[in-house]
Design a protein around this ligand. Sequence first.
Ligand SMILES: Cc1ncc(COP(=O)(O)O)c(C=O)c1O
Length: 571
Amino acid sequence: MSATTAFARALRSINPLSALAQRLLLSRAKHRSLTGHPRIALRLARLLPEYGYSAEEALGIDGAPAAIRETRAAGLARLETTLRDRAPKTLAASRALAAGMSDMQMVARCRVPFQFRDSLAARLGVGSIVESADGVQLRDLDGNLAYDLGGSYGVNLFGNDVYRRCIEAAVEEARDLGLVLGAYHPVVADNVARLCALSGMDEVSFHMSGTEAVMQAVRLARYQTGRTHVVRFAGAYHGWWDGVQPGPGNPLTVDRVYTLEEMSATTLKLLRTRDDIACVLVNPLQALNPNAPPAVDSTLVAGARTAHFDKARYTQWLRDLRAVCDARGIALIFDEVFLGFRLAKGGAQEFFGVGADMVTYGKTLGGGLPVGVVCGQRRWMRRFREDRPADLCFARGTFSAHPYVMCAMHAMLEYLETPAAQATWMDLEARWHARATHLNDALASAGVPVRVANMTSVFTTNFTEPGRFHWLLQYYLRAEGLSLAWVGTGRFIFSHDYSDADVAEVIRRFVCAARAMDADGWFWRDPAASDAAIRSQVGREMLRAVFARRPAAEPVPAPRPEAPAPAPVTR
Ligand SMILES: Cc1ncc(COP(=O)(O)O)c(C=O)c1O
């Protein structure tokens, strides 16, 4: 800790007014949503008991008249049959696998707002097993092909064939060394040189996942600054390490992390005035929807999603962060594990024209094999002090720099230099924006309240009207042969080998799905039902559940005069 920092802390401890002012500033720098208050969100998550709507309640939970409820019931039955009959083997194998696989069970619980899980969603089968990939399509056990919009969590940037080739080249190149760890395969030197050139940094460290890369970058920032706290922004995902994941999902209450509002002048003020901040972590994917939680369909409680990527504003935000971090000696870390080389060969640093002190990479960089990488300036990366022989910043990892991973990475790094890779970055923004615009035009012509927003080849679904059933769109999309990640409509991750014809077919299917959902009555809404009204209805329901510890659906509002009377609600 520097003498100035220690002095400032000492001064604060004897000046309660200054401590109070700092506390107030910290409160003001939090995003006002629950996402901005992870500790409170965690407490509430622990309090909330399981409750759900019966099938009958669910169909009319928004006060829809009987005719609409009947249309919905018939539509649901059709959707159930379509999904079940087209993939019997895949569904049976997925169910059998889930019984012994914790990950699948957790994901299955998180697909939709929980109140609908056991009534409506339980009827809609989702297969999780695919046996081959053919271009941009995946084939399930029943031989069905579906366009891959899941993008292997973002790993699949250049198309499956590129990763196949990287892995095959790695097996070939690493064969002679086999499994030797500790000593390095000769390609590692070239990987380091290429990574330094791409990132504009001096040093590199290899890890086994993106989560680990983030852990290491944060540890280095703390070591070099002697400060304790990490700043992350509301809603940003940085892997599942406790230290950057406060709030629901992590059983621990996490200290030494400030979750602040992104793109906020108050946050900049706080960074200017606090002396305990070691680093600021930025996940540039948040530019698509700053301060919003990861776009999982289970959060579509009222249906509002209003993502919008404003490059100029986000660039200015990053510049402001750069300036304040420079002034305060804080490490600015770009977590590019997800976006990596999707935005540009030089990643987010090049795309936004703002440099970081350390950058974390992972996913696509491994050429299809698991990896995490930190690239940083020497002053941040150094894990020892010349003048303190026992004061180290320890980091290892049995499988780090694994020869097969290094060789697959090498193949990927070579691929980044090819004309084929260059072509995917050429007119990148214009190309993907035009594709998103085509989709939006087609959705608008279809008269459905669905749109997309995009940040290059990453899309998210927005809904232009509130509603209780928007989460159902994921199933209609699947029925049309579009394969989604478990998060559903919140993230479509296109690989860059999607041709115009592939995209046109995706658009056609997407619009068919949205039309079918509309025809089945799920977008019906009472004009009085605003987003806020729905949220407060659900909020009241939850409160009742907490206090009564029993099923707690709101009574269905009285039907509008022209509508037939709704069926009685059972509990
Ligand atoms: C921005 C970001 N950081 C870190 C991680 C964690 O990477 P991994 O899943 O390889 O641990 C992810 C994963 O999605 C990510 O998107």
